[in-house]
Structure formats: C-alpha cells, structure tokens
Design a protein around this ligand. Sequence first.
Ligand SMILES: [Zn+2]
Length: 304
Amino acid sequence: MDNQSKTAIITIAIVIPLSSLAVWNLDQPVMSYASANANQKIVAITSFYPLFEFTKEVGGNRVEVSLLIPFGIEPHDWEPTVKDLQKMQQADLIVINGIGFENWVNDFDSINTDVVIVDTSKDITTNENNLVSHPTDPHIWLNPVMAKKQVENIADALMQIDPTNKEYYSTNANSYILRLEQLDEKIKQELSQCKKKDFISFHSAFTYFADQYGLIQHSILESNEPHAEPTSKNLENIINLAKNLDIDVIFTEEAVDTRTSEVIADEIGGTVLVLSPLEIGDKNTDYIEKMEQNLLHLKEGLCN
Ligand SMILES: [Zn+2]
C-alpha cells in the first residue's frame, strides 16, 4: 500500500467517528416539559455528585440527568460559566442541595424563571455554624436520614412536573429510600459497637453524620472550605487533641493535600485514611458504596 492510500484510510477512519460525534453533540432545541411530547424525557441538571445519583435513581428512564459540576471538581467554590448557565436555561429541572451551597443559583434565578429549581434541603432542620462562607452547615447529604428527605424532595418535584408518571417516580424513590434505610441501620449498628466517639475529619463536613450516630467530629480545618490551609496553631491543637483523646487515625479526603493529615499522623504515630465528604464525583463508586467505605474507615479509627 502506498503512503497516499494509507493516509486516505487513516483519514476516513478518523473523519467518520468525528463527524458522527459532531452530530450527536449538536445542541438540540429543548422544549419546556409542559409543551413537550409525553414520550420526551425530562431534562434534569443536578449541581453535584450525590444529587446526580439521587435524581438518576428516582428519574430512571424517564429523566435525562446531567451533572453540572464535573467529576473531580470540588463544589464548595465552584462557579458556573456562561455555557453552564445556557445549559441550565434549557433544562426542565435544576436539582440543588440548597442551604447556600450553590450561591450561583441566585444569579440564575433572575435570568430564567421557567425552569423548576428543586431545593432538596426543603423541610430538613439544619445547624447554624457561624461561618461567613456558609452560615448554615450545608453537608446534609452525608446523613442518610437527611439524604432520604432529599430523595423525597426530588421525587415530589418530578411527580409535579410529570404527573402522568407519578407511580413510576414514587416506586423508584421508595426502593432507593429502602436502600438508604438499610445503610442507616448498618452504620448505626456497626458504629454502636465502637468504644471511641471522637474523630478528626479534614474539613468540617460530618456534623450531621456525627449527630445522627452519636459521634463527635473535630476537624483539621476550622473553616468549612476544603481548600483552606490549616495554620500551625491549628495543627498543634489537633495534635494535642488527638493525643488526649487517644485518636490514632487521621482523616484526609479526595483532592486535598494529604501531607496535612500525614504530618499530624506522624506526630501521634497514627495512620491516614480517607473519609469522603462525597463532594467530588467518582464514576466507579456510588453513594452507598462510598458511605460504606467511610463506615469501614471510621470503624478503623473508632473500634480499634
Ligand atoms: Zn464540604
């Protein structure tokens, strides 16, 4: 085969998949659900990872769910681009955590009023936490009992927007809620067998979780922002606290500098494990599996 025909074949091989990709990526005009055909899927945009999963579970094959904050990106200080805002304007539903976790939603609200914004924190009792960035603690998804309410809120919104398929959403929500109840029961039972109650998380994400299971959370960062830097005073305090409470597991989380936790663990002769705030999406591990991993790591610190 001469070089020219080789090039031609390579060109065809490359051009065909790319051109079909281009067709698939064309922005289709999205009608609002009310005016749409009954067979058309509801377009839901979810702000970050746990909500993406909850909405997929409830929406099943009736809802096309996408994740706004990309996998691997930490949501606390994320801001949407113009393109993201345009994408949101074309959706039927935007699912948010609420409690000020998605501050950008206020800007969005004024641009487009047709889209239904589902605040999944509705009817959940929250804690004040005296922080300027988050005056109220947003980390409700880490408490399975609160996560259940978030799932119910998503189901309510879908049933309202698409009443024809009410039964379908209700069945999906109930079977997922059952799994969350089993998770809650498992955490409750396994942690109740641990003598220790104090643990040191990386940022202060586990207050609702700790309250639910009778634990006491301390955190390396005084701030609620996972990207803040601990001061040397912080580190000194945490090292002393760990020694006093006989803590030998120091937690870190995804996408932060693990050296912070390692420095503390070295000082106390302990180990570092991940306690995930489930803020960063993981394509291979779902919400329940991630919570079970957290449970395993917590037991490592509390039951030994
Ligand atoms: Zn957080």
